[in-house]
Design a binder for this molecule. Sequence first.
Ligand code: ADP
Length: 609
Amino acid sequence: MLSLADILEKYWGYHSFRPLQREAMEAVLSGRDSLLVLPTGGGKSLCFQAPAMVNDGLAVVVSPLISLMKDQVDTLVGNGVPAACYNSSLLSEQKSEVARGVREGRYRLLYVAPERLVGEGGDLFQQLLSSRPVNFIAVDEAHCISQWGHDFRPEYRQLARLRDRWPDISLHAYTATATTRVRRDIVAQLGLRNAIELVGSFDRPNLVYRVLARSTIKAQILEVLERHRGQAGIVYCSSRREVDSLAQWLQDTGWRARPYHAGMADEERHRNQDAFLNEEIDLIVATVAFGMGIDRSDVRCVIHAGAPQSLEHYQQESGRAGRDGLEAECVLIASGADFLKWRMMLEKNGELSDARRTLLRDMERYAASVGCRHKRLVSYFGETFTKDDCLACDYCLGELEAVPEAITVARKILSCVARVGQRFGAAHVTNVLRGSDSEQVRSRGHHQLTVFGLMKDATIDELRGYLDQLLAHGLLQQAGDEYPILQITAEGLSLLKDAAASPELTLARLKRPDRRLPRRARVETEGWDGVDRELFEELRVLRMAIARRRGVAPYVIFHDTTLREIARSLPKTKDELRHVYGVGDRKAEDLGELVLAVVAAKARGNLKL
Ligand code: ADP
């Protein structure tokens, strides 16, 4: 019998386990219920796929989306792992074929939708399963069972019946949602017994986080996209209208981009999603409706043109970048107005609970604060971050500029808010501080205040950035919805009054574009060390051709990680190729000649596909 490590090597071409994978796999093998929580890209799928190859029998995998199932099954089959899916998208002869396969014991893994397994039409299917020993049941994306999660699916509720139907088979749940409430819910709903719970680290060291204060949004988006030309990216917007207009504008300026939101006709939406998955386009501009279905693992940037309503959402959405473990960039472009919009919307729908307010506020803090972003994110999810310098965020890369004498700056702004009687909004306060000689300022006599022109060298954006930060630090607060006015909080007041106390306060401003370019993040440079970039591109072309011919998504053939390593190590024989990360026995046999031919042609300098 092969060990787990042998199986990883033979079928997947992986040389080691990722954190918690071995423990999670052993829980499956020992038949003890388990719950595994790992961030997106952490490698959860392998935790039920590899054990399925150890013992005889069939592993049943519950998965919420047909597109997810298809990709996983395609990948497994491509690696020589016997797997199939059974869902409503199959024609009736395909269904009978799969049913026959199950009866004859041809598969190790069977992917099904939840309603198949326990729903109304599930009886026949269950009879079918009782014809074979079922090894274990894995519930993927298990947070879909919880109303506290961000993606509740009513059909997942039916899974509560699994335990009754199959009392003797172990259940294993997998999710990327880390909150305790969701975890508790999963355990309770699925009726997990004495489950071993494994919760991994939520830090994603390969992601570079940046925050920009929203100004000229198109230019800001372009600057990020230019760093990733020809690569996959997602641009999230907060409204359908913005999705449509940004997608159109990107297309007009020559980007391979398409829109995606819930207001589009199903057919068009699916077409755009498929185009993205099949690498026919590079960019998808989407509302948050675009999510779980996209398993494209080579997404190199996720841009938010507007802040999401919680850090949970941000983590989930930005986490779609770099699932292959290679470097990727997550940029949040936010402004104070985003949060106001959320508050108004939630209020209108009667959903502005204290909990929602807190979630919003935490998101706002992230957007306005300065400090290591990795640290902030992981500590939000209850972890301690031990590194001093992540070298993978705008703060640690020195792209933000700490404002000297932040306290003085804060005092100037606070006193302006006080002098205008705490009755005006950010725009007016900014005008007064900059000494703008406008009608609005004059008519109120504010040009005669001592604070008039007190910060005349600061730009509007800078001042707005400071205001956001003072709000986030709780020194200022906003009141009123439509035209919110700025008020000083108790803490703000003590900062203003008590000159003796000098609390620690950091304010930052984004570096001006004309300054020297930021350092490249370490992950960004290391990822390409020693890689023959031209060869890498040629290998991508080959991959696309094979994928088209076989009717599967390109990353099902090879991940970028694997292509990079081939373009770095330049294998000459199948055996050498077999040692490349992500090349198992089957892939080496199946695609080895094609790949080696491209590598050899490049070496001879006459590459022609
Ligand atoms: P998740 O379901 O947790 O989001 P996946 O299962 O899709 O993550 O895995 C993310 C990527 O990491 C996939 O490309 C997968 O093949 C790869 N991967 C998983 N485990 C390993 C491993 N032990 N070594 C190398 N790559 C791995």
